[in-house]
Design a protein around this ligand. Structure first.
Ligand SMILES: NC(=O)c1ccc[n+]([C@@H]2O[C@H](COP(=O)([O-])OP(=O)(O)OC[C@H]3O[C@@H](n4cnc5c(N)ncnc54)[C@H](OP(=O)(O)O)[C@@H]3O)[C@@H](O)[C@H]2O)c1
Length: 295
């Protein structure tokens, strides 16, 4: 298939491009800068210059493809509502470009925030009032009515591996700054995780075969206790590990505190029925033991 990938220069996008190319697909990566174009070209993909703000360009790019993987996103936390609105417009434009073709449109979402304190499944419907982005998955799924094959992949909050610049590397930075690897409460709250290459495999399988309207969980591990994560970070940095009182979470961790304190496990049982998706790459704790987060 000729697949357009937005966010192809990013963390998950780069792995997805590599996976899709290795499976024999033709990949066109959307690039908004020379640097991103060079990163995408170095992966072996074709480059299409464009921006996720440019809906006409997205529509045309999607129409030139046989399927879209939409991973581009503006993660500026000071502009969350604006980023979500841009994402929604981008999804609608990509969907318009694919309308009537039956081609896949895979969009990214997160497992975090669907529900707390219990194991969520792919059939859980998130509370759209929690985050301005949440409703975008519903918008994507509704495109099935227009002859698109929409797929939502909810990624675990930690898509880990060498080169990760997301949640786990942020926790490592916090620990370095505070000279302490902390966790909230008794540290029993759980975080799901997936290795970036297992996530990439799931993306490929989904684009190839997932039925219209699929909601999938890129969560290789259902939930790792936060205390185990903090201990692995403490070991890696040779720092003490300690609980942080609830009243000090914001001060200690910054923005990531409220996420790291959440109990948010996610099952991928239904997802694994998709052509037998079976994660094979290192677990989060193995990845933390490997040392690359601490160089
Ligand atoms: N990583 C995780 O743990 C995780 C967890 C849950 C959900 N997700 C979701 O999965 C998706 C991919 O995440 P990621 O970690 O791979 O993100 P990332 O590394 O931050 O990559 C973001 C990508 O979006 C592109 N982008 C941003 N603004 C753009 C614009 N205006 N025009 C064109 N491209 C633009 C970036 O291009 P440049 O190279 O030009 O900056 C980059 O390729 C996102 O939707 C993210 O929210 C990720």
């Amino acid at each position: 298939m000729r697949i357009l990938v937005t966010g192809a220069s990013g963390w998950i996008g780069s792995a997805a491009v590599t996976e899709l190319l290795a499976a024999g697909h033709q990949v066109v990566g959307l690039a908004r800068s020379d640097a991103s174009a060079a990163r995408i070209a170095a992966l072996g993909a074709d480059v299409r210059r464009g921006d996720i703000d440019d809906t006409d360009g997205l529509r045309a790019a999607a129409a030139d493809s046989e399927g879209v993987v939409h991973l581009g996103y503006n993660h500026d936390f000071s502009r969350m509502a604006e980023a979500a609105a841009t994402d929604r417009a981008a999804i609608e434009a990509l969907g318009a470009g694919l309308a009537g073709t039956g081609h896949p449109l895979l969009i990214a979402a997160g497992t975090l925030g669907v529900a707390f304190g219990r194991v969520i499944t792919e059939s859980d419907i998130p509370d759209a009032t929690l985050h301005p982005r949440t409703a975008n998955a519903t918008v994507a799924l509704s495109l099935a009515d227009t002859g698109v094959r929409p797929i939502v992949v909810r990624f675990a909050p930690t898509v880990h591996g060498a080169g990760d610049h997301g949640f786990i590397s942020t926790l490592v930075q916090v620990a370095k700054t505070k000279n302490l690897s902390g966790y909230a409460g008794d540290g029993a709250n759980r975080w799901p995780a997936v290795h970036v290459r297992d996530a990439a495999t799931l993306i490929r399988l989904a684009v190839e075969d997932a039925p219209a309207g699929s909601v999938l969980h890129a969560a290789a591990e259902e939930g790792i206790p936060a205390r185990r994560i903090a201990e692995a970070i403490g070991n890696g940095l040779n720092l003490p590990v300690a609980p942080i009182p609830a009243t000090d979470l914001d001060e200690h961790f910054g923005w990531i505190g409220r996420f790291f304190a959440a109990d948010a496990p996610a099952s991928s049982e239904a997802t694994r029925t998709l052509r037998g998706w079976k994660p094979t790459h290192p677990t989060l704790l193995d990845d933390l033991t490997a040392g690359h987060y601490f160089h």
